[in-house]
Design a protein around this ligand. Structure first.
Ligand SMILES: Cc1ncc(COP(=O)(O)O)c(C=O)c1O
Length: 404
């Protein structure tokens, strides 16, 4: 009997298996607690976490500073309607907008909602300025922007099930690097929507020179250059935001995942002349900017800064990359490449990655598989050198077993 509900692992699995929608392919592991880079399941087994809730618990699990902020805020005020302001939301908004050139923020609850908001903002701004017709949203093959209908339509078409038809109109995908195609679409576009590193698409870095050219063309055509930093943001790529590593200034940026270290929140930042397109009554959210979420986000930002975690992501990412490159040399037939930025890192394999995820799980290491053949590593930014070395050793062992 374990967990605060006093059931056995089997009982939790049966309860979940018979009650939840079957939409996730889930591992039969039931977690009950976490601290730093470690998670514990109902059998008392400990795991080293290189998933971090998919690039979300960037400060590690249950960082005491975030927990304290949530507990304190829960004792003061949990929720208030956006008909009113709250102290903590005002302070978080001011803080977030002081970190970039984007001087307005809208709060929502997830990455998909942030994508929806950005798309609506781009369309409305274009409509008001140019009338109907310049509404196209351009995104990339390999992109992932969320699961709601517009965010899904901007996502790579391989995620588009016919059964969800009809999809919204006014979206087009181009290959990263295809400047000619981009130029062709810009006159009818309201925005180019970009992940600088495609996390779900296989940890693919989009070429900086291409992006600089693309951003320049967007500016000339008065098309918004919008970056999706849901996965790359909050220190993960070695700077607070990945666009700072790239040296590219977006017009609009979306955030979620790591923004409140696991407490649900999303945000869209934009320059004030653009944000003006979403005037009163045009968009909103009951929970968006909820005081509890804002207190967690404010604490997260404070800790990221105080502990200099973007720099830690650089150093730990370098160590992880170095180790993965050695494994690539050691297992040339199994490992095809190492890619990523900071602590958003991928190991490209010559075969499906899922069995490796399973074996590593059994050994007590959590990693994810993306784009079929890529193992993705997104540990908390607080990960220690010893923990990085430990996953590398487990991976070495797993690759050795697999190569026979
Ligand atoms: C880049 C990117 N954008 C948007 C999303 C959607 O975020 P959410 O799952 O919070 O809706 C994700 C989720 O993986 C993501 O990686």
């Amino acid at each position: 009997m374990t967990g605060v509900y006093g059931k056995s692992t089997r009982e939790y699995l049966d309860a979940a298996g018979s009650s939840l929608f079957p939409n996730y392919r889930q591992f039969p592991v039931v977690f009950t607690s976490g601290r730093g880079s470690r998670l514990r399941d109902t059998d008392g087994k400990e795991y080293l976490d290189f998933v971090a809730g998919i690039a979300t618990c960037n400060l590690g699990h249950c960082h005491p500073g975030v927990t304290r902020a949530i507990v304190n805020q829960a004792g003061r005020l949990v929720h208030v309607s956006n008909w009113y302001y709250s102290d903590v939301q005002a302070i978080l908004a001011e803080r977030l907008t002081s970190l970039t050139n984007l001087d307005r923020v809208f709060f929502c609850n997830s990455g998909a909602e942030a994508s929806e908001t950005a798309i609506k903002l781009a369309r409305k701004r274009s409509f008001e300025k140019y009338g109907a017709g310049r509404n196209l949203i351009i995104s990339f093959y390999g992109a992932f922007h969320g699961r709601t209908m517009k965010a899904l339509t901007a996502t790579d078409p391989k995620h588009h099930l016919e059964a969800f038809s009809p999809y919204p109109e006014g979206f087009v995908h181009i290959a990263p690097g295809d400047i000619e195609n981009l130029e062709g679409h810009l006159p009818s576009a309201s925005a180019l929507f970009v992940e600088l590193v495609q996390g779900e698409g296989g940890v693919n870095l989009i070429d900086r020179d291409f992006l600089l050219k693309a951003a320049d063309l967007c500016r000339k055509e008065d098309v918004l250059f919008m970056v999706d930093e849901v996965q790359t943001g909050m220190g993960r790529c070695g700077a607070l935001f990945a666009h700072q590593v790239y040296g590219i200034e977006p017009d609009v940026m979306t955030l979620a995942k790591g923004l409140a270290n696991g407490f649900p929140i999303g945000a869209v930042l934009a320059k004030s002349d653009l944000a003006a397109a979403l005037g009163p009554g045009t968009h909103g959210s009951t929970f968006g900017g909820n005081p509890l979420a804002c207190s967690a986000a404010l604490a997260t930002l404070n800790i990221l800064e105080a502990e200099d975690l973007p720099r830690r992501a650089q150093a730990a990412g370098k160590r992880l990359r170095g180790g993965l490159e050695k494994l690539m040399e050691k297992y040339p037939s199994l490992v095809k490449g190492v890619k990523g930025l900071g602590l958003l890192m991928g190991l490209e394999l010559s075969q499906p990655a899922a069995p490796f995820v399973q074996t590593l799980l059994e050994k007590g290491y959590l990693v994810t598989a993306v784009a079929e053949t890529t193992l993705r590593f997104t540990p908390p930014l607080t990960i220690s050198d010893i923990e990085v070395d430990s996953v590398l050793a487990a991976l070495d062992e797993t690759l050795a077993e697999s190569s026979g």
